[in-house]
Design a protein around this ligand. Structure first.
Ligand code: FE
Ligand code: CA
Length: 515
């Protein structure tokens, strides 16, 4: 009988095996490259007790898709070392990649020691990749004193530079948790743009590949990937703004949108250190990571399985600010989908870890505001799924869960908030805490707008949308500390980041406190 961990590992091997179909052809010549094929950098992710996933993609600068499609399969060698000087090699192997996967390489490396740094590189023909550093998770149940994470999201290329990633790359961290809007499909007005996307708004697989490659050529983003393993989930812009399961804002029809979603998910997988390849328009991204006895980390998928927007505009179904939408109260509405919701409720209820971290794409705390027309609610976030939010928080209350903290993105603001089953009602106990880690570059709301939101929602302790950055989480047995690291909008190339605020959740006491 395999235990659960072995089963998971077997499933990963099968998934990667199915993805890596081509076999080395005999007598194949080692390629000689005219330009560096490793210009997109290297990455690692999915840190487990004895394993990580390594990633790269061979993409010589300026190579056209027709040229790429004509290139024969090639063999890529990967090596893992126990030391930064690359003297003690502990694992190595070869993998063949080809045009069908855009020459991406995903390697699941097993048999590593827990809670340890490793260095890795790829070679192909006469080319060698930059060296990446990664880190495995501690052994299951091991006594772990400390966990340090960067929480980041929302890196619209055109709004500015990745100063946040430059700082993240230089920090001593266990992992980066990135919760979505890794790429943006759309463009912004020329007066706002600090730099430009190239190519059209992506609709096809090749267009999504080009957009991902464009982002990956940023040196600061590459450095953050090369410095730490990443734990990933996505939000909407990896496909299209405000999509909800099988529907996008434009009335294109389900079949056509699912073709677009399949292209977007596939390009996403091809550019990320992930193990489970998509099957057509479906891709499993929600997952669970353990950090010894200190923390369990869930990554949630808030896009693929959600109900369509409440009170949707049939002409253009974006999220909306609405008053008096009765559909919001429909208990059949779901944010996570039934299966993921049950999986999460069971997981958190049985978790033995001290901290339960729920990494998901948007803001959990209520944000609706008082207006002359009544209370206005934004329908694309958790506020658009209030009964599902209540179920999630009630499940935590029922399980008498200690130390649950949600980590979010999407809204381009730094948030520290208390989470109650009935938001903002003082007689509903605080059952969990929330941090939203700002945005790396994407523009957020003004201070006045955030002050108004905070005034109308007393559960929110901190709300700033006028600066860019990320959150640094330093977690030990006694407390989870969250430092908001920020620079004024827009983030400039050499912008230094500073402390915007520090909030603390103490062990055994739900809710955020200014630190
Ligand atoms: Fe965003
Ligand atoms: Ca978003």
């Amino acid at each position: 009988m395999l235990n659960r961990r072995e089963l998971n590992r077997a499933a990963l091997c099968i998934a990667l095996g199915a993805w890596a179909l081509p076999r080395p052809s005999n007598g194949q010549e080692a390629p000689r490259w005219r330009s560096d094929p490793f210009g997109l950098g290297v990455a690692s992710g999915m840190p487990r007790e004895g394993s990580v996933v390594l990633w790269t993609r061979l993409a010589p600068l300026g190579e056209e898709s027709a040229e790429r499609d004509a290139r024969p399969p090639c063999q890529v060698r990967w090596e893992v070392f126990a030391d930064e000087a690359l003297r003690q090699r502990v694992a190595a192997g070869e993998q063949v990649t080809d045009a069908a996967r855009a020459f991406s390489v995903h390697v699941q490396v097993n048999g590593l020691a827990p809670q340890r740094s490793y260095w890795y590189r790829f070679t192909c023909g006469d080319a060698a990749s930059p060296v990446g550093r990664t880190r495995t998770a501690p052994a299951a149940g091991a006594a772990v004193a400390r966990l340090r994470l960067a929480l980041a999201s929302c890196q619209h290329y055109e709004y500015g530079f990745y100063a946040a990633h430059r700082e993240i790359a230089g920090r001593d961290l266990d992992a980066v948790v990135f919760v979505g809007d890794y790429i943006y499909e759309g463009h912004i007005g020329p007066s706002l743009a600090q730099r430009r996307h190239d190519g059209p708004v992506p609709l096809t697989l090749d267009e999504y590949r080009a957009r991902h490659a464009h982002y990956k050529r940023d040196a600061d983003l590459q450095a953050a990937h090369a410095a730490h393993p990443w734990i990933l989930t996505w939000d909407d812009h990896e496909v299209v703004n405000d999509y909800a399961s099988d529907r996008e804002p434009a009335p294109t029809g389900t079949e056509q949108f699912l073709r677009r979603r399949a292209a977007a998910y596939r390009a996403y997988f091809e550019h990320m250190p992930l193990a489970l390849a998509p099957q057509g328009p479906d891709m499993r991204i929600h997952d669970r990571f353990a950090w010894g006895d200190l923390a369990d980390i869930w990554t949630l998928d808030c896009r693929q399985y959600r109900s369509h927007h409440a009170c949707a505009d049939p002409q253009m179904d974006h999220g909306r600010m609405l008053t008096n939408c009765a559909e919001l109260a429909d208990p059949a509405r779901t944010m996570l989908g039934t299966a993921q919701e049950r999986w999460l409720a069971e997981g958190v209820a049985t978790s033995k870890a001290r901290w339960k971290l729920l990494a998901q794409s948007t803001q959990v705390s209520a944000t609706s505001i008082e207006t002359a027309q009544g209370r206005q609610t934004w329908t694309d976030g958790w506020d658009g799924y209030p009964v599902a939010r209540q179920r999630m928080l009630q499940a935590m209350a029922d399980a008498k869960l200690r130390n649950a903290v949600t980590l979010g993105g999407d809204v381009h603001r730094f948030i520290a908030a208390d989470l109650r089953v009935r938001p903002n009602e003082a007689d509903s106990p605080v059952v969990a805490s929330e941090f939203v880690g700002g945005s790396v570059t994407s523009r957020g709301a003004s201070r006045a707008a955030m002050d108004k939101m905070r005034l109308d929602n007393p559960d929110i302790a901190h709300a700033r949308g006028d600066e860019r950055g990320y959150a640094f989480l330093d977690i030990d047995r006694g407390a989870a500390r969250c430092e908001f690291r920020a620079t004024p909008h827009p983030a400039l190339k050499d912008a230094p980041l500073g402390r915007q605020a520090l909030y603390v959740v103490e062990d055994g006491r739900a809710g955020v406190m200014a630190g």
